[in-house]
Ligand binder design. Structure first.
Ligand code: FES
Ligand code: FES
Length: 154
């Protein structure tokens, strides 16, 4: 397919790209721009390992083309404002092999940005698209709850 000159607004910077507009932004982020925090899992929208934020909402980088991302703000784990999430992840010993965790954190951050006091059901729904083969779901839920509690106590 033909390349075109396109731009990608990523982590607050504008990148000019010479690329196929149908290319998933996952490949732009990882291979062209060298930011490898966003992971490739299934490539089919099923695992959540590639979760980024597009205009603040969680999105699958493997299913979002460069054309679809035009004019939108894309944020990856490299620029995420963790606001207590990292500490909570460590306190609750969440990461095991770690492969899914970038995507988990992106989904958790988006949840807490839109819902300061999520219930267990809210957390389960928001995180249901992020698969963890190490089974860290209970720890993730506890970590999210602890961040929500701390933020509402401030
Ligand atoms: S790699 Fe995108 S959802 Fe699995
Ligand atoms: S920590 Fe290993 S896949 Fe989630």
């Amino acid at each position: 397919m033909a390349s075109e000159k396109l731009t990608l607004m990523l982590n607050g910077k504008i990148f000019t790209l010479d690329t196929d507009p149908n290319m998933p932004i996952l490949w732009v982020i990882r291979d062209m721009l060298g930011m490898t925090g966003t992971k490739y899992g299934c490539g089919a929208g099923l695992c959540g390992a590639c979760t980024v934020h597009i205009d603040g909402k969680p999105a699958r980088a493997c299913l979002t083309s460069v054309a679809q991302a035009q004019g939108k703000h894309v944020t990856t784990i490299e620029a995420l404002e963790f606001e207590g999430l990292k500490e909570a992840w460590n306190t609750h010993n969440v990461p095991q092999c770690g492969y899914c965790q970038s995507g988990q954190l992106m989904s958790a951050a988006a949840l807490l940005a839109s819902n300061a006091t999520p219930t267990d059901a809210d957390i389960e729904t928001a995180m249901s698209g992020n698969i963890c083969r190490c089974g860290t779901y209970t720890r993730i839920k506890a970590a999210i709850q602890s961040v929500a509690k701390k933020r509402t106590e401030k």
